[in-house]
Ligand binder design. Structure first.
Ligand code: FMN
Length: 142
């Protein structure tokens, strides 16, 4: 069975809820989802996966979380070329700039980005969770 990693950072749980719903979509589509809080992901394992979903909320001033997630991403982004990637994250008051920048960053590394990064304001409601499910499902057939 195809294994897809879902790797996320979440301070207050919103992006974690999104990660769970993305993983559910992956499972529903018949693949295996392996979900990791970013601090639990062994960086050397990145090459085990040809498809990955990454989740991080907008932090700082419209940037990825800077103490754990961004250093992780810096460490692995050189290995994303040719991989199929989906992005998601929660935000508060901004306009989604962090996600646009993140999409550009991922594409500049030669990864194939599935659709647009999924952004949800605050905590995902039932509709938001359905969007997350669809992101996971879409990544399976991408
Ligand atoms: C230190 C800090 C910085 C933040 N910066 C932004 C920001 O620049 N733009 C924005 O839209 N939301 C910002 N937020 C709001 C978070 O993105 C929002 O609360 C999100 O739901 C947190 O997701 P989480 O529960 O997965 O941690 C910030 C929150 C914190 C705590």
């Amino acid at each position: 069975m195809e294994k897809i990693a879902v790797i996320y950072w979440s301070g207050t749980g919103n992006t974690a809820m999104m990660a769970k719903a993305v993983a559910q979509g992956i499972t529903d589509a018949g693949a295996e989802a392996e979900v990791f809080s970013v601090d639990k992901f062994p960086v050397g394992d990145i090459d085990k996966y040809s498809k990955l979903a990454f989740g991080c909320p907008s932090m700082g001033d419209e940037v990825l979380e800077e103490s754990e997630f961004d250093p992780f991403f810096e460490a692995i982004e050189g290995k994303l070329s040719g991989k199929k990637v989906a992005l998601f994250g929660s935000y508060g008051w901004g306009d989604g700039k962090w996600m646009k920048d993140w999409q550009d960053r991922v594409e500049s590394k030669g990864a194939k980005l599935y659709g647009e990064g999924l952004i949800i304001n605050g905590s995902p409601d039932a509709d938001g969770k359905a969007l997350c499910n669809n992101l996971g499902k879409g990544l399976v057939s991408f």
